[in-house]
Design a protein around this ligand. Sequence first.
Ligand SMILES: O=P(O)(O)OC[C@H]1O[C@H](OP(=O)(O)OP(=O)(O)O)[C@H](O)[C@@H]1O
Ligand SMILES: Nc1nc2[nH]cnc2c(=O)[nH]1
Ligand SMILES: [Mg+2]
Length: 167
Amino acid sequence: MAQLPYSKDFPVSWDELHRNSRALSWRLLELGPWKGIIAITRGGLVPAAILARELDIRLIDTICVTSYGTAENQGEAMQQGELNVLKSVEGDGEGYLLVDDLVDTGKTAKFVREMLPKAHFVTLYAKPAGRPLVDTYVMEVSQDTWIRFPWDMEYTFSTPLADRHSG
Ligand SMILES: O=P(O)(O)OC[C@H]1O[C@H](OP(=O)(O)OP(=O)(O)O)[C@H](O)[C@@H]1O
Ligand SMILES: Nc1nc2[nH]cnc2c(=O)[nH]1
Ligand SMILES: [Mg+2]
């Protein structure tokens, strides 16, 4: 199950991710043309590839955001707002799509938007706290939901519900 403060799990399949990325492409087609895509690693890389294919964009750059610290204290570091960035993109992002998989608290979004204020920021999924920072998104999920992406999951045995509650 999801960890606090997340009480709900929202698993996303490859099919759903592809469908949602194509829905986003439809909206962005009308708003273009676009000079290129800037993907926020790592989560933005897969939607960026699908958008690039649909919108016929060849230029894809990255902005590489990581939280400081080890895997154990990463959550804590994120709460402290300590983000580290590697970026080769020049300019203010005008005419570019800035792509991430989701916004949650909006901390990452705020950080990258300050660096590329004129880019059009898009995500597949948005939680209420981060939603105002996104220009275009596909689906809203509640703040207490943890989204599970297909690249983070594998097929495994699922315990029947009745057995989970026995004993
Ligand atoms: O709105 P926020 O609270 O900042 O959270 C959203 C960010 O968190 C996840 O990335 P993460 O830092 O886990 O790294 P990853 O993309 O490499 O998985 C997600 O891909 C967003 O970039
Ligand atoms: N996979 C995943 N990463 C996140 N980072 C911040 N929120 C989330 C979420 O709901 N799912
Ligand atoms: Mg990310």
